[in-house]
Design a protein around this ligand. Structure first.
Ligand code: ADP
Ligand code: MG
Length: 697
């Protein structure tokens, strides 16, 4: 019965059904039951007109219709009615459907009017109120919370406003017998978590019998929603662990051991060791590894990548490591080559600027297997690059790579290589659990010892001179500094001009030939950008003025000051990334957030967060809290975050419980075939094919 098409419901019909499908995605009776009201109107409470204030928000008044009139012509035509109770008069106004409303109005009758209270010249008014004729004003009003539903202009025009949808829902409830709403959670879960039944919850979320029952209904339905999504993610993970084929790295061999004991320049942190162990387990399992490694800026992901590559090589496989930019690839290549000095490993760099002749030699080496490690940009995924036996692909700073590009890597070997995706933009745990829940993930939440915390301060524009003096004093003692300006697409021209003016001002303060400045921005060709970056890296320039193109991965340990101009225009994760460009050497480092003196609330929160913490995970959580899950990069299309009721920020405890139970159940009953889990199985079958999954791999 619940799968009946919505047009069969009395009062719907084909026309409205079509709109319900298009506008709200309601196809069946069940879909209508899962369209939840966003508020309830308490029909029992009536406010005296004199008690209305500008803080009243939505309210209901009761009074006698004093008189009404139509004024204006054409589009400014309006109907105004005056309702009077013993304490005052309220103005009710309509701009649409005048004829219809006028026909309904009867002078001297008593009406209830409900709506958003506004004030015009100190007089209370409601625009487009909900009006109800009161036939027996002295009778006690039945205690009753009326649901109001989300709707759209198109639906309203066809008579399906927020309240009318409620009438449909009510008629649906009177139609379906209780037992038609089958339980979809196992009995033991309901009992353990003290959840009410699905039938009770659905009825009470629409038509609550009490405030307490409403709360129970919301909790139960939030859990149901998060649990079902966690269960499906756990099943995808389980499926991949059991069924995917992957190359097996049987052993940790001589190369790894030799490097580990004789060449490793420092002790690994606990987090690095733990992640390495996770990778080791994955790659030895016979199934393909799909792991997302999140580590805060500077947590030392590169060495973990290198050690993983050595394990692959010990087992006779090749590796590749992709980075989003030329300069990052070069940096990785230089670092890796230095570390591997004296070891029998051949590593090559392959980027867009590799000369054709050298490129051919590298391609041949990769095809024949004489090159074990290749590091580079997207040039690595071109068709012409073939491997003899690729076993491990590492992708650094994944958020710059598209899913499709990564997929091309997978195809470079008969058995898909293991994949390690590394990102320095921490993802809040709740997001990782939902949007990326089908991947395995590792977290490195520990910085190598001896790092000096970066001092972060907030300074207003008005203190520019002091800031410049400070930067000068740092340069005097041999350090380098960044100045970063915002560059936002929509206002690119203005931002570009700001950057140029900023550059001129900085240059006036730091004149040549004593000081040299590199400038990097998005309008330069990449050769220009790289050349300017390189000059800064080589200490030919002391200052680098630029836009966020420097954001990711750049490593200049001698740079000790990061000045972020108009910091209020940056998002939290961007600010954190930018700050991560300093504090990479032994020197004390500073991040100066420059802002205008006038700041909005959210901008103030962001700046405050940056000043108070250096922990990327805390910052990511705050970012999610401020912006909400819908706005986080890369999650918009994924569909897995479109929860009806649950909010992964506010309902974290419910999410945790849902995940715990989902994993336990899938572990114990991977096919969901035990009798006690039948309710889940039935429900999953009824959902089949309804949700799209986000997938990095
Ligand atoms: P990220 O995680 O941001 O990519 P990197 O891999 O670039 O970080 O490492 C940042 C710096 O920390 C590098 O200079 C690296 O050599 C150093 N480093 C990494 N691990 C350790 C460690 N365990 N002890 C000391 N220094 C380390
Ligand atoms: Mg890195």
């Amino acid at each position: 019965m619940l799968s009946q098409p919505i047009e069969y419901l009395k009062g719907v019909g084909p026309l409205r059904a079509d709109l319900l499908k298009k506008e709200l995605g309601i196809f069946t009776y069940q879909d209508l039951l899962y369209l939840f009201p966003y508020r309830h109107i308490d029909k029992t409470s009536i406010t005296k007109i004199e008690d209305l204030t500008s803080m009243s928000d939505y309210a209901q008044v009761q009074g006698k219709l004093w008189y009404f009139e139509t004024t204006g012509v054409g589009s400014s035509k309006r109907l105004t009615a005056y309702l009077k109770d013993s304490t005052g008069v309220i103005e009710l106004t309509w701009f649409k459907g005048l004829t219809w409303v006028e026909r309904m109005l009867k002078q001297d009758e008593v009406y209830n009017a409900f709506g958003k209270i506004g004030f015009f010249m100190d007089k209370p008014q409601i625009v487009h109120p909900e009006l109800e004729l009161v036939t027996n004003p002295s009778a006690a009003v039945k205690s009753y919370l009326e649901p109001v539903y989300p709707t759209t202009e198109k639906l309203k025009a066809k008579g399906l406003g927020g309240r009318q949808i409620g009438k449909l829902t009510a008629s649906l409830f009177s139609l379906i017998p209780e037992r038609e709403i089958e339980e979809n959670l196992p009995a033991y879960l309901l009992e353990k978590l003290k959840l009410i039944s699905r039938a009770d919850a659905l009825r009470n979320i629409h038509f609550p019998t009490s405030a307490a029952m409403y709360e129970h209904a919301v909790r139960r339905l939030k859990f149901e929603e998060l649990f079902i999504s966690q269960l499906r993610l756990a099943m995808v993970r389980m499926e991949r662990h059991r069924k995917s084929r992957g190359v097996v790295f049987h052993k940790v061999g001589d190369l790894f051991n030799d490097f580990y004991t004789h060449h490793l320049p420092f002790q690994l942190t606990g987090a690095q060791k733990r992640v390495l162990k996770e990778i080791r387990t994955d790659t030895g399992s016979g199934h393909q590894m799909n792991r997302l490694l999140q580590g805060d800026v500077g947590s030392g992901k590169t060495i973990v990548a290198l050690l993983s590559m050595l394990i692959a090589i010990d087992n006779g496989y090749q590796c590749c490591m992709m980075a989003p930019t030329e300069i990052l690839s070069q940096q990785h290549f230089a670092g890796v080559s230095r570390l591997l000095d004296g070891l029998p490993v051949t590593a090559k760099l392959l980027t867009g600027s590799t000369p054709a002749k050298e490129r051919r030699v590298i391609q041949q080496g990769l095809a024949e297997g004489t090159i074990q490690i290749v590091i580079g940009t997207h040039a690595l995924i071109e068709e012409t690059v073939q491997f003899k036996n690729l076993g491990l692909a590492i992708v650094d700073e994944q958020h710059r790579f598209g899913v499709e590009q990564r997929a091309r890597l997978w195809k470079k070997a008969p058995v898909p290589p293991h994949i390690l995706v590394m990102t320095a933009t921490p993802i809040p745990r709740t997001l990782a659990m939902t949007a990326y829940g089908d991947l395995d993930y590792s977290v490195m939440d520990e910085l190598p010892p001896g790092r000096q915390p970066i001092t972060t301060v907030h300074r207003y524009e008005t203190h520019r001179m002091k800031v410049l003096e400070f930067v000068k004093s740092e340069i005097e003692i041999g350090r380098q500094a960044y100045f970063v300006f915002p560059l936002i697409e929509e206002s690119a021209k203005m931002d570009y001009e700001n950057l140029m003016t900023g550059y001129e001002n900085i240059k006036a303060f730091f004149p040549e030939p004593k000081y040299w400045i590199s400038m990097v921005h998005g309008r330069q060709s990449w050769e220009q950008k790289e050349a300017n970056m390189q000059r800064f890296k080589n200490k030919d320039t002391q200052l680098l003025v630029g836009t966020t193109v420097i954001e990711v991965g750049v490593d200049v340990p001698n740079a000790s000051v990061m000045v972020i101009e108009s910091a209020e225009k940056f998002g939290l994760s961007q600010l954190h990334q930018l700050r991560g460009r300093v504090g990479r050497g032994a020197e004390k480092s500073y991040c100066i957030l420059m802002t205008a003196t006038e700041l909005g609330n959210e901008a103030r929160e962001r700046i405050k967060t940056m000043v108070s913490t250096g922990n990327g995970f805390e910052i990511a959580e705050k970012d999610l809290e401020l912006r909400g899950p819908g706005d986080i990069e890369g999650t918009k299309q994924s569909g897995v975050l479109n929860f009806r009721l649950a909010n992964i920020v506010h309902d974290k405890p419910i999410l945790d419980a849902a995940k715990k139970w989902a994993e336990e159940i899938v572990e114990k009953d991977p096919e969901i075939s035990l009798p006690e889990n039948t309710p889940i199985k039935q429900y999953l079958l009824s959902l089949k094919g309804k949700t799209a999954w986000s997938k990095i791999s």
